[in-house]
Design a protein around this ligand. Structure first.
Ligand code: HSE
Length: 433
C-alpha cells in the first residue's frame, strides 16, 4: 500500500487529536484512501510534555525546518495558530512544494489574500475545513455543494466557547466567568480567550465564510465586532421575558456592491432554530436562491471534532497527491479571475430590530421623552415592559423596536444620553428574526 507522509507543526489540543485519530482510525482511513497516512515529524517548542498519545521515537522535533524542508513530506499540517510565525511557516511550506492543511482562521481572515494567492499560484489545495465550525463541513459545502447557488446570506453560531458560556448563563444561571473557565478546561477556548468572548474568533470565521459565499476578499478591519463580555444575567432574563434568547452571531449578507459582515450578540426568538443550538455546538444557516434555507450543525470546537476536520482535508489532499494532480477545486470556491474586492457595509447603514434597556428616572413624562426622541429618529416601538423599581436606581424600562436603521438608533441614544431622564448608558442588543 502506498504511503503519504505528513508533517505536523503544533502539538497542542488539536495536534494531539490529529495524532490520536491517525493512530486509532488508521484502518478506516486506509480503506477510504487506498493508501496509508504516516505522520513522520511533529514540530513543537515543547516536546517534553506528555499529551496522552503515542508518538514513535524520532518523530518529535523542536526544529520546524525538519518539517518544512523534509523532502519526504507531501502535506504539512499547521496547527500553531496566530498570525506569526504561522504565516512564515505556511508560506515556506508552499514555496517548498508542500500542500498545506490548517485550522488557522486568524491567519486566513487577516492575510487571506496573500496566503490564498500563493496556493493558487502553486495550484495546490489549501485545506482549512477546521478553521470554521469545528467538524461541520461548511467549507467544503460552500466550495462544492453550493456551487450552483447564489448565496444571499449566512447566519451562524461559530464560536463554541461563547455559545457554551451563553448557554450556561441561560440554562443554568451560571455567571459569565465560571462558564468561561469551564470552556477553557474543556479545551474549547482559544489560547487567548478574549478572542472567543470579544467576538474576534467569530469575526475571523465570518470573514472566511463571506469569502467563500460571495467570492470576495474581506478587509477584516472593516468588520463590526462586538463580543459577549457585557452580557449579564439580567439581559438574559429580559430576553426570556420577551420570548428571546441571546446568541453570539456571525452575520454575512450580500448587499450588491458591498457585503454586510457583522458579529455581535443578538436576540433571537426562542423558537428560532439557532436558539436550539446549545453548548459547544455550532450551526451555520445558508440562505440562497435555490434552496432558500439550509443548515449545518455539529461540534464547533474541541480536540477530536477539529482534528477530524483536519484529517478529512489531509485525506482529500492525499488523493490529489496519489493522482499526481493539482487541486481540482478553487482554493476560495471561485475562479480567481472572478474574485471580487467588495467593501464591507458600514454598520450605521444596517437595518434590524433592537432591544433597548434603559434605567429611566421614575417621574411623570419620562416615557414620552424617550419615545419622543426615538420617534424623531424614525424608530417605531414594537413593545414596552417597565419592570418593578430598583430602589434608588430608577426604573428598568425595556423597549423592542420595529425594523430601524442603526444610525438612527445610535443618534437617538446619543441624544438620550444628554437628557436627565435616564441614569445609565442604555443597553442595546440587536435582534435577528
Ligand atoms: N475557540 C474556538 C471556539 C475553537 O470556541 O469555537 C474553534 O475554532
Amino acid at each position: 500500500m502506498k504511503i503519504i507522509k505528513v508533517g505536523l507543526i503544533g502539538f497542542g489540543i488539536v495536534g494531539s487529536g490529529v495524532v490520536k485519530i491517525l493512530s486509532d482510525n488508521s484502518d478506516v482511513i486506509s480503506q477510504r484512501l487506498g493508501a496509508k497516512i504516516e505522520l513522520v515529524k511533529i514540530a513543537d517548542l515543547d516536546i517534553e510534555t506528555d499529551r496522552g498519545v503515542k508518538v514513535e521515537p524520532g518523530v518529535l522535533t523542536k526544529d520546524v525546518d525538519e518539517v518544512l524542508t523534509n523532502p519526504e513530506i507531501d502535506i504539512v499540517i499547521e496547527l500553531i495558530g496566530g498570525t506569526e510565525p504561522a504565516k512564515t511557516f505556511m508560506m515556506k511550506a508552499m514555496e517548498n512544494g508542500k500542500r498545506v492543511v490548517t485550522a488557522n482562521k486568524a491567519l486566513l481572515a487577516k492575510h487571506g489574500d496573500e496566503v490564498f494567492s500563493l496556493a493558487e499560484e502553486k495550484g495546490f489545495a489549501l485545506g482549512f475545513e477546521a478553521a470554521v465550525g469545528g467538524c461541520i463541513p461548511i467549507i467544503r459545502s460552500l466550495k462544492e455543494s453550493f456551487a450552483a447557488t447564489q448565496i444571499k446570506s449566512i447566519v451562524g453560531i461559530v464560536n463554541g466557547t461563547a455559545n457554551y458560556i451563553l448557554s450556561q448563563m441561560t440554562e443554568n444561571g451560571r455567571e459569565f466567568g465560571v462558564a468561561l473557565k469551564e470552556a477553557q478546561e474543556l479545551g474549547f477556548a482559544e489560547a487567548d480567550p478574549t478572542f472567543d468572548v470579544e467576538g474576534i474568533d467569530t469575526a475571523h470565521k465570518a470573514a472566511l465564510l463571506t469569502r467563500l459565499a460571495y467570492g470576495t476578499s474581506v478587509n477584516f478591519d472593516e468588520i463590526y465586532i462586538q463580543g459577549i463580555s457585557d452580557i449579564t444575567l439580567k439581559d438574559i432574563d429580559c430576553a426570556r421575558e420577551f420570548g428571546y434568547k441571546i446568541k453570539l452571531l456571525a452575520i454575512s449578507k450580500m448587499n450588491g456592491d458591498s457585503v454586510e459582515v457583522r458579529v455581535h450578540p443578538a436576540m433571537i426568538p426562542e423558537d428560532h432554530s439557532l436558539a436550539q443550538i446549545n453548548g459547544v455546538f455550532n450551526a451555520v444557516q445558508i440562505y440562497d436562491d435555490l434552496m432558500e434555507k439550509s443548515a449545518l450543525i455539529g461540534h464547533g470546537a474541541g480536540s477530536l471534532p477539529t482534528a477530524s476536520a483536519v484529517i478529512g482535508d489531509v485525506i482529500e489532499i492525499a488523493r490529489d497527491v496519489l493522482l499526481g494532480v493539482s487541486s481540482r477545486v478553487p482554493v476560495q470556491a471561485f475562479d480567481p479571475k472572478s474574485f471580487k474586492n467588495l467593501p464591507v457595509t458600514d454598520i450605521r447603514q444596517i437595518e434590524t430590530e433592537y432591544f433597548l434597556r434603559f434605567n429611566a428616572l421614575d417621574k411623570p413624562g419620562v416615557l414620552s421623552v424617550i419615545s419622543g426622541i426615538l420617534g424623531d429618529h424614525s424608530i417605531s416601538i414594537k413593545s414596552v415592559i417597565q419592570q418593578g423599581r430598583d430602589e434608588g436606581k430608577g426604573v428598568p424600562l425595556i423597549l423592542m423596536t420595529h425594523q430601524a436603521r442603526e444610525e438612527n438608533i445610535q443618534d437617538a441614544l446619543a441624544k438620550l444620553n444628554h437628557t436627565d431622564v435616564i441614569s445609565e448608558k442604555p443597553i442595546v442588543i440587536r435582534c435577528e428574526s
